[in-house]
Write a protein that binds this ligand. Structure first.
Ligand code: SAM
Ligand code: DTB
Ligand code: SF4
Length: 326
């Protein structure tokens, strides 16, 4: 059917029209698209680990890990490979199929730390897990080395619209971000790229971000939709959280625009009730972070997630089911 085809030529106006549909109609359309491309009730579980925490030179206004803000975070250097493998084993035992390693770096340097990360990738991959990393900017050579080591996906978020970007980050440009995404794509890695709601952006900015994502060809295989986790000491500590309706609207629009992609209900899920989370799944979310911690902040407790999965009849998505280009 016409409305189910995967398109990369969405106009800004078409994206705005989808985004502004009456909420129930939007959610029902998204659910229909979802059913066409995905097994209802199948949800991917990814576990995050901060492998290098804090001390980041970037000035991302939302982030606990920027050296510019007094957030009270306890920094640590790059973890040992053994500690990371142990965490990955625990994540697998808890039901995760993807393990995502985050480092508070502006960019990857070709040094001993990068060699160590490559070894982490090899060893985590050998556990039968999908491996994702988010390490800041990458060169094409570094992306290729990560692919060679067995990395499945690379997370690099655009966060918001190009127009609003400089209100949130001044130490890099939107173009820098797109360049790394291109290097990741060229290396044959799966792309994980999404944004954050609640940065003080307008509806127009959200539409712009969705338009940028939906016109990437191929679409990012994973699209994390984060709600800002406000961090004391950052410029956005007092920002008001997006409502669940705004979150559902963004998820449903992303599902319609990028039918095959995994849409991740990412940071901020902890604040949602089971009913609110169920609505996000109906609207097309089919991936979550599983584990008591995100990078530096708490996530929904694993025990509660087990109850929620049982209640809703959610089945875990097997590893390597989503890694083909959309
Ligand atoms: N330093 C790397 C980078 O920025 O690309 C990787 C780690 S960074 C923490 C990964 C992503 O987490 C950011 O791009 C942002 O989208 C998300 N993030 C960070 N802090 C957040 C917060 N307080 N609330 C919601 N999302 C956040
Ligand atoms: C993404 O989009 N969200 C994750 C992951 N990719 C790296 C990070 C969320 C971080 C939330 C704040 C924190 O724990 O520091
Ligand atoms: Fe650094 Fe990433 Fe945090 Fe920005 S989001 S300050 S780049 S760790």
């Amino acid at each position: 059917m016409e409305r189910f085809i995967v398109r990369h030529d969405w106009t800004r106006e078409e994206v705005a029209t989808q985004y502004r549909r009456p909420l129930l109609a939007l959610v029902m359309e998204a659910a229909a698209v979802h059913r066409h491309y995905h097994t209802p009730g199948e949800v991917q579980a990814c576990t995050l680990l901060s492998i290098k925490t804090g001390g980041c030179p970037e000035d991302c206004a939302y982030c606990a890990q920027s050296v510019r803000y007094q957030t009270g975070l306890k920094p640590h250097r790059l973890l040992d490979v053994e500690a990371v493998v142990k965490a990955a084993q625990e994540a697998k035992a808890a039901g995760a199929t993807r393990f995502c390693m985050g480092a508070a770096w502006r960019e990857v340097r070709n040094n001993r730390d990068f060699e160590k990360v490559l070894e982490m990738v090899r060893q985590v991959r050998s556990l039968g897990l999908e491996v994702c990393a988010t390490l800041g900017m990458l060169t094409p050579e570094q992306a290729a080395a990560l692919k060679e080591a067995g990395l499945t996906a690379y997370n690099h978020n655009l966060d918001t619209s190009e127009a609003y970007y400089s209100h949130i980050i001044t130490t890099r440009t939107y173009h820098d971000r797109l360049q790394t995404l291109e290097a990741v794509r060229q290396a044959g890695l799966s792309v994980c790229c999404g944004g954050i709601l609640g940065l003080g952006e307008s509806e127009e900015d959200r539409i712009d971000l969705l338009h940028t994502l939906a016109t990437l060809e191929p679409h990012p295989e994973s699209v994390p939709i984060n709600a800002l986790v406000p961090i004391s000491g950052t410029p956005l500590e007092g920002a008001s959280a997006p409502t669940v309706w705004e979150l559902v609207r963004a998820i449903a629009t992303a599902r319609i625009l990028m039918p095959k992609s995994m849409i991740r209900l990412a940071a901020g899920r902890e604040k949602l009730s089971p009913v609110e989370q169920a609505l996000c799944f109906v609207a097309g979310a089919n991936s979550i972070f599983l584990g008591d911690k995100l990078l530096t902040t708490p996530n929904a407790p694993v025990s509660e997630d087990k109850t929620l999965f049982d209640l809703l009849g959610i089945q875990p998505l097997p590893a390597f089911a989503d890694t083909l280009p959309a």
